[in-house]
Structure formats: structure tokens, C-alpha cells
Design a protein around this ligand. Structure first.
Ligand code: CDV
Length: 327
């Protein structure tokens, strides 16, 4: 790994708990303090968590109207978030921010925006892999109602050329799906920003607690390495009104190594002077996609959603033979 370095100051701003009683203004004040700290440490880009302006409200059963009134943003920036955008412009620092989006025609998405150093929104991502359920589960210790409150994102996994690099976004559960990162890798993403809220307990099955953190880091490390990109992952964590979510905010290099990790479960900035050129070595060698990928043999990835019966070798070969290579 040699050649010219391309350093970019990359920060993750983890948030400790946001309780139901906390106001947007109080949260934005915390975001502003974190933005200032990230800037003082040399960051050009800072990543905030998923649904960073409120408590993780999908844990509560509510009528839709109540959820919309309390937790959704009709505009971004809005009156309460404008000071964050103003400060970003003043300091010349970009950021990723997750929030609950209400569109002009009443649609609801779990969204993140990418804001550049001039304080302008350059990208928007609407979460595609929504976990949880849409029905009320009164027996469960808490709900996970993302499938009730949000629609599946309708804008794909984009990558934006900005801040002298190419940045992709995804949100929380997306990090567990290799397809999300490969789609961004195929658009030459060098950094993927992602925010998350991960409850420490699984209401669907008796998953051992220690595996929650292990699988979080495993997903980040595997996807960073296999796509030769940096991942900056920001948690909202700690106990929100008694409901615990794990921390573990991390910056992972294209080597798959964790190069910075949060120490606690409160507001905390982690920072790395990320050498974007590190990804180039992997893109030119082991993960030289154009040279080594064999998409004709990946047909089932898009043709099937769930796992089905095994196909005979002849059937797989026939599928491969019908693959249309681009250009
Ligand atoms: N907010 C999330 O998407 N959380 C999921 C939990 C429910 C497993 C996650 O993948 O972390």
C-alpha cells in the first residue's frame, strides 16, 4: 500500500439517550456541541445517528397521527434544525443526519441527509431494510414498529460525489445486508455513512446479548473490506426511558479494521484522519470488480427474495448463459 495519501478528517458523533421528554431544541444543542468538537479535531465530515432528533419512537405503539405530530419533520432543515445547518456552513464541515421524514404528500420515511461543507443538502437516503413489525404486540417488552411508521425507501442506494470523495448512505438494519454495500461499492463509494439505534434485546427471539455487538461489528468490518471503503457508523445508545440500546459507534477502514470506537454510551465524538487512498489498493487488487466479479453467476440474488430449493448445475448454467453483460 503505497502512493499518494488522500486524507479526509472523518468523525462519528455518537448520541447518548434521548428521552421522550427531551425537546428538539435540547437535542439540537447537543448536536451542535458535537459538531463543534468534531470540527476542532479536524473533521470535514461528521456522522450523526439514525432518527437523531428524537427518542427511538418505533418502540411505542401510537396512532399514526400522534406519531406524526410528535416525531416527524415536515422540512429539513426546519426551524429547530436550521442552527445546525448554519453552524456547518460557518465552520465548513459536512454532516450526515438521520430523522423521520414526512413528505408534502403525507408519506413517511426513515431518512438521512448528507450535508456538504457549504451547509447544503447534497443527498437524501430513505431506509430500505425496515426491521420489526406493523402490528401491536402487547405482550412484548417494547415494540419495533418501523414497518408501521415508515414506507420502504424508494430512492435506492445512491452515492454522491462531494467533499473530494464519493459518499454513500444507509441506515441501521441496512448494514446487515451485503447487497446494500455492494450496490454502493459498484458506484465507487469511498465512504459509507450510517446511523443506527439497536436495542440490546431482541423481542423476536432469544438472541444472546453478546451476539448483538458482535454481529454489528462483524457487518461493518466485512462490508468495509469486501467493498474497499470506509464505514462511519454512529449509534444512539444507552437507556432511553429505561429501554437500552448498545453503543459501539465505530470507524472501520477498507482493511476491515476498526480504527476508532466509542468508549461509552453517551454523547461522544470519535475521529480518524482517514486515508481514502487505502481503499484504492483493495479496489485495484483483490476487489478489482471489473476484473474478478462474475455477475452471470449471481442471478439468484436478484431473481429470488427468499431461499428456495437448490437448482441443478444445468439450470444454474442456463441462467448464467442468459445474463446480459453491460455495454
Ligand atoms: N433501527 C434498526 O434498524 N434496528 C435493527 C434492530 C431491530 C435489529 C438493527 O439492525 O440494528
Amino acid at each position: 500500500m503505497s502512493g499518494l495519501k488522500r486524507p479526509l478528517g472523518l468523525a462519528v458523533a455518537q448520541l447518548g439517550p434521548i428521552h421522550l421528554a427531551d425537546t428538539r431544541a435540547a437535542v439540537v444543542k447537543r448536536l451542535i456541541a458535537l459538531l463543534r468538537e468534531a470540527h476542532s479535531r479536524g473533521a470535514r465530515l461528521v456522522v450523526f445517528p439514525e432518527l437523531a432528533l428524537t427518542t427511538f419512537f418505533p418502540r411505542y405503539w401510537m396512532e399514526d397521527d400522534e406519531a406524526i405530530a410528535r416525531f416527524f419533520e415536515l422540512s429539513m432543515p426546519g426551524p429547530e434544525t436550521q442552527p445546525l445547518f448554519d453552524l456547518a456552513r460557518e465552520l465548513g464541515i459536512g454532516f450526515y443526519l438521520g430523522y423521520a421524514e414526512l413528505t408534502g404528500d403525507g408519506r413517511r420515511f426513515n431518512t438521512s441527509v448528507l450535508v456538504d461543507e457549504a451547509g447544503g443538502i447534497v443527498g437524501r437516503y430513505r431506509k430500505i431494510h425496515l426491521p420489526g413489525h406493523a402490528d401491536h404486540k402487547p405482550q412484548a417488552p417494547f415494540q419495533h414498529l418501523e414497518k408501521k411508521y415508515f414506507e420502504v425507501g424508494n430512492e435506492g442506494f445512491s452515492v454522491w460525489p462531494t467533499m473530494d470523495t464519493k459518499i454513500g448512505m444507509c441506515i441501521c438494519n441496512d448494514r446487515r445486508w451485503p447487497e446494500a454495500f455492494r450496490v454502493m461499492g459498484l458506484q465507487s463509494a469511498e465512504i459509507v455513512a450510517l446511523g443506527y439505534n439497536t436495542p440490546s434485546h431482541n423481542i423476536h427471539w432469544n438472541e444472546p446479548t453478546h451476539l448483538r455487538m458482535f454481529h454489528h461489528l462483524l457487518s461493518l468490518q466485512a462490508n468495509a473490506y469486501q467493498n474497499a471503503l470506509w464505514i462511519a457508523a454512529a449509534a444512539k445508545c444507552g437507556a432511553e426511558d429505561g429501554f437500552h440500546m448498545f453503543g459501539g459507534s465505530a470507524i472501520v477502514a477498507p482493511t476491515g479494521e476498526i480504527v476508532a470506537q466509542a468508549q461509552g454510551e453517551d454523547d461522544e465524538v470519535i475521529f480518524v484522519n482517514a486515508d481514502l487512498a487505502l481503499g484504492d489498493s483493495f479496489r485495484q487488487n483483490v476487489f478489482n470488480f471489473i476484473k474478478h466479479r462474475r455477475p452471470e453467476h449471481y442471478r439468484l440474488i436478484v431473481d429470488r427474495v427468499g431461499a428456495g430449493e437448490p437448482l441443478a448445475a444445468g439450470e444454474l448454467a442456463k441462467l448464467a448463459s442468459t445474463f446480459q453483460q453491460e455495454g
